[in-house]
Design a protein. Structure first.
Length: 428
């Protein structure tokens, strides 16, 4: 595979130098500065890369319906810097997270504990990790592009830091639904369960210039990026991207709006796994309109304090060896322990928690109830990938999430909630 061109290397070097110069500008401690960028990572139309999210879909994509992006915000309080990155891909492995964040820290000095690197979990993007075998040359080239673009985005956002204000608000949207449904034979399946637990909260963090114009609007909502199903063979950012684009277009594309997944492990869109892009646009508009409504009511402040910390907890592992049969029993065997990375980025009194997996709703609800921060959100698919992470009670319903999780019962819920509460406790 050919290496980066001299021009590309030169461009990166200039960006790094500009970012360093911007970071060196005097800033009063506690005075907020923010920079935000959006970078296109749409593959070439003829790349025909395999798509992610559905293991049964092995052929390459046939067309591009809408673009894929990385949206990045860099935050500076005069003493510390942090970055918040949302990538329109399915997930990042732990090793990819390690490589990417090391490169960010080396290039910018932003400490790894202050990095929130999340994916939106669209199931209509190219796969970054092969289901079997090795990456093809084209896949490896695309992966290298994504990794380079993430670093570019942080460097560019950091070079564009400007005095800013921050605020927080929440709303409600009926775009998600619990997907752990009864199958009519005494078992459980992937479906629609309107009676199941679901968190409808839309969380919004808004960053403004000192003149009141929005610079960045971060949104968080618990739903899978699966309006499009396995039959879809077009590249798309699905519901997450449709929401982000709707918000950005509303503000004349002068704002960057990263979308992040909340506790979506058991939440699908109310219209799911089809091929109709009208459903994608409709749900994106509904969710986007609520983000805008909340955003427009947020009051912002120019003072800020940034604190970040991460830890890794471990849970006993399992591997399913027999899926549920007529008796609704399934068999599993012991497997290697599963590491779960927990992240906490606090800006003033806003606690942005991150978990490296697909967290079920009850875990997020419990954390918000027990958190000492009244403004607490959970970003999943964040800083690595640990698979499905279920609350203890969910194991009573042997659903897809339970047969797929690599974690034995009795660990994930307490490890996540207690682990994050422990980190939060160090900030008081």
């Amino acid at each position: 595979m050919a290496g980066p061109s001299l021009g590309h290397v030169f461009r990166i070097s200039i960006l790094v130098l500009c970012a360093s110069a911007a970071a060196a500008l005097p800033a009063d401690q506690g005075s907020l500065r923010v920079g935000a960028v959006r970078i296109d990572i749409t593959p070439a139309g003829d790349a025909a890369l395999p798509m992610s999210g559905y293991s049964g879909r092995t052929e390459g994509f046939r067309a591009i319906h809408d673009p894929l992006h990385i949206r990045t915000v860099v935050i500076d309080d005069g003493a510390s810097q942090a970055t918040f990155i949302a990538c329109e891909t399915l997930s990042f492995s732990d090793s990819l997270w390690d490589e990417i964040t090391r490169r960010i820290t080396d290039a910018t000095g932003i400490p790894r504990e202050n990095i929130i690197l999340a994916t939106v979990h669209t199931h209509a993007a190219p796969t970054l990790v092969p289901y079997t075998g090795q990456l093809t040359e084209k896949q490896a080239e695309y992966l290298a592009r994504v990794k380079g673009s993430i670093l570019d985005s942080v460097v560019q956002a950091r070079s564009g830091l400007q005095p800013a204000k921050i605020g927080f608000g929440t709303g409600q949207a009926n775009v998600n639904m619990n997907r752990r449904a009864r199958d009519g034979q005494g078992g459980w399946m992937l479906g629609n369960n309107p009676e199941g637990v679901s968190d409808k909260t839309v969380a919004v963090i808004r960053f403004d210039s000192l003149t009141g114009d929005p610079i960045a609007i971060i949104s968080n909502y618990g739903v899978h990026g699966t309006v499009l199903g396995q039959a879809n063979l077009q590249i798309s950012s699905d519901l997450p991207g449709a929401t982000a684009r709707f918000i950005e277009q509303h503000y004349g594309n002068k704002v960057v709006s990263p979308w992040t997944s909340g506790t979506s492990g058991d939440q699908d869109p109310i219209y799911r796994t089809g091929t109709d892009f009208r459903n994608v646009a409709a749900l994106g508009q509904i969710l986007g309109e609520e983000v805008i409504r909340v955003s427009d009511k947020i009051k912002t402040s120019a003072r800020a304090r940034i604190r970040g910390m991460q830890s890794v907890v471990s849970c006993p592992g399992k591997r399913t060896v027999q899926a549920p049969g007529p008796g609704r029993e399934y068999k599993y065997e012991d497997a290697d322990p599963v590491s779960i990375r927990l992240s906490l980025l606090v800006i003033n009194d806003i606690a942005i928690t991150g978990v490296s997996g697909e967290v079920l709703t009850n875990i997020g609800l419990r954390l918000k109830k027990e958190s000492p921060f009244t403004r607490t959100i959970m970003v999943t698919h964040c800083n690595g990938s640990s698979g499905y992470l279920a609350d203890d009670a969910a194991y009573d319903q042997v659903s897809y999430e339970i047969t797929t999780t690599r974690v034995k019962r009795g660990c994930a819920e307490d490890a996540i909630v207690d682990g994050l509460l422990k980190i939060m406790g160090t900030f008081f």
